[in-house]
Design a protein around this ligand. Structure first.
Ligand code: SPV
Ligand code: MG
Length: 553
């Protein structure tokens, strides 16, 4: 055998890498795999190649090793195995699934799936496993089998695709001379290596063959029956490749049977949980992480919007009904405000939801959210709560009060509107002053009800009594909901960097932040709505909320 071989680079094709293993001056090892998962496990264990065993493939289908599975079913599964791994795969191609012509087509289909080589055995289609009455199995006509090898070699596209000829003469009881005669003929016909098989429990006849063969071409063995032979014997005999041919399917069968019986007997999972792979290990083997990374890179859709919900307060004016939980946990028609809000977010594919807690955080039992705690909530205001959640301020984040009820289209329109900071303003200005006195919005234009086409900017948010623009007609209410996108996030972060230095920082509100940004000249876009929302500031609001929820959910 050649000992001065080029060392394959990591970029070398699977074909070249199998050929290099075959021609290597040291003994190499292939382990059996029978599907994508087991192939990946073989690769991770450190093997340089995979044996796609006919016995194991048929077993995982639940059929016999008698060509009961069609060759295209085998090729389909090989495709999964090849996709799941980088190391070369040698297919146990039985007899080639027919005559020379069938082998030509098989070679083509294998190469298309980067299967590095195929081993064909000199028996008759449909074959039987060598360990089932091997001596009764007829051998192929030598000339016909040589023609098959030639046809396969002539049809391969990649020069390093390998065809291994498997000699079954020892299995069928024809003796050493017939085995050598056949091996020589197959070698001359162009086989890249000879697999010599034996069903004896000692390696004697294999070693006798090796001795006579005298390195004429690379030799492959499958020591399933003579497994107790020390591997060193194979090395000394200069065996090119040793195949451990069926040990993962047998490991799987033994383990599955044990676990199935245990679960059936005990009717619980508690005894077996530590004996099986964890679900996260399964995800790892599937490459789930890669998909998450790819999603971040390629799926820049609405599901990347985050939400921050400000929910620290007990609720001024609502103390009578919030002794056990914060305002956001108030049930409205049996469902808490926060649950309703989270459901609305989920409906818009907004799944990354951070809720800033303060009062009685342990009572927030809503699932599917992350909690951040504002431990100064008794003497701090909303801006400080937002500050607590800055880690969740992504390049696209909805920031909202937690006590809002609104119709779904409002959030949907907010998600679809362009702008760097967008605020929601209700242009229906109620005549009753006591309905709402805070967060009055002044805008660059009043609402012309033309939906998305209007380009309107916020110019100020004030409380009614303090309005320095008392003589200017307000344009609506700020609803308590805004969206921060791309540079808008940087504007907010730099504003907070400044505002945090102010002595009154703890008292500042979200409108204070918006007014600060307006003063700095940043454009704050307005999404006008006309009603269809409610915030809960007192017991009367609470009473109305039930009707709202019934009417619009
Ligand atoms: C296989 O793995 O399917 C083989 C090897 O052909 S053996 O089962 O040992 O014949
Ligand atoms: Mg087989």
């Amino acid at each position: 055998m050649d000992t001065l071989l080029p060392i394959p680079t990591p970029q070398a094709s699977k074909f070249t890498r199998l050929r290099t293993l075959l021609n290597s001056h040291q003994t190499e090892f292939l382990l059996e795999a029978h599907n994508g998962l087991s192939a990946r496990i073989v690769e991770e264990a450190g093997f340089k190649g995979i044996w796609a065993s006919g016995l194991a493939l048929s077993t995982q289908f639940g059929v016999r090793d008698n060509n009961e599975a069609s060759w295209t079913q085998v090729v389909d599964i090989l495709e999964f195995m090849s996709d799941a791994t980088q190391i070369p795969i040698l297919l146990d191609g039985d007899t080639g699934y027919g005559n020379f012509n069938n082998l030509r087509r098989l070679v083509k289909k294998l190469e298309q799936r980067e299967i590095a080589g195929v081993c064909i055995e000199d028996k008759i289609f449909p074959k039987t496993n060598s360990f089932i009455g091997g001596e009764r199995q007829p051998l192929a006509n030598i000339d016909e089998f040589c023609g098959k090898i030639k046809a396969g070699k002539d049809s391969q596209y990649h020069p390093d695709f390998s065809i291994i000829a498997r000699v079954e003469a020892l299995i069928a009881g024809w003796g050493l001379d017939e085995a050598l005669h056949r091996a020589e003929a197959y070698h001359r016909a162009g086989a890249d290596g000879i697999l010599i098989h034996s069903k004896l429990s000692q390696a004697d006849e294999i070693l006798a063959f090796v001795n006579e063969w005298a390195n004429r071409a690379p030799l492959i063995i499958i020591p399933t029956k003579y497994y107790s032979t020390p591997t060193e014997v194979f090395r000394t005999a200069n065996i090119s490749i040793v195949i451990w041919a069926n040990h993962l399917i047998r490991a799987a069968a033994a383990s599955m049977a044990k676990i199935a019986k245990e679960i059936h007997k005990t009717e619980t999972l508690v005894n077996i949980e530590d004996q099986v792979a964890s679900v996260s290990e399964i995800f790892r083997l599937q490459g789930a992480d890669e998909l998450l990374t790819a999603e971040k890179r390629y799926c820049k859709s609405s599901n990347e919007i985050n939400a921050i919900v400000l929910a620290a307060s007990q609720g001024e004016g609502l103390e009578a009904v919030t002794s056990e939980y914060p305002k956001v946990m108030l049930p409205i028609a049996g469902i808490s405000l926060l649950r309703r809000l989270v459901d609305k977010f989920k409906h818009q594919q907004i799944n990354n939801i951070t809720v800033v807690t303060g009062y009685k955080p342990e009572s927030i039992t809503v699932k599917g959210i992350s909690l951040v705690h504002n431990d100064t909530y008794t003497h701090s205001n909303e801006l400080y709560s937002l500050h607590c959640a800055l880690k969740s301020l992504s390049n696209d984040t909805i920031i909202t009060y937690g006590d809002l009820l609104f119709r779904s289209y409002i959030l949907r329109d907010l998600c679809h509107m362009s702008g760097k900071i967008i605020t929601v303003v209700d242009s229906m200005f109620p005549s009753s002053q006591k309905y709402h006195i805070k967060d009055i919005a002044f805008c660059s234009k009043s609402d012309d009800r033309s939906l998305f086409s209007q380009e309107v900017y916020l110019t100020r948010i004030e409380t009614y009594q303090n309005s320095s623009k008392a003589n200017i007609k307000p344009n609506g209410y700020w609803v308590g909901m805004m969206r921060v996108v791309d540079e808008g996030r940087n504007w907010v972060l730099s504003a907070l960097d400044e505002l945090v230095k102010r002595e009154d920082f703890l008292q500042l509100t979200i409108p204070d932040l918006l007014n600060y940004l307006i003063d700095k000249g940043f454009p704050i876009r307005v999404l006008y709505i006309n009603g269809h929302w409610l915030d809960i500031n007192n017991i009367e609001d609470l009473a109305r909320a039930g009707d709202f929820a019934h009417g619009y959910q």
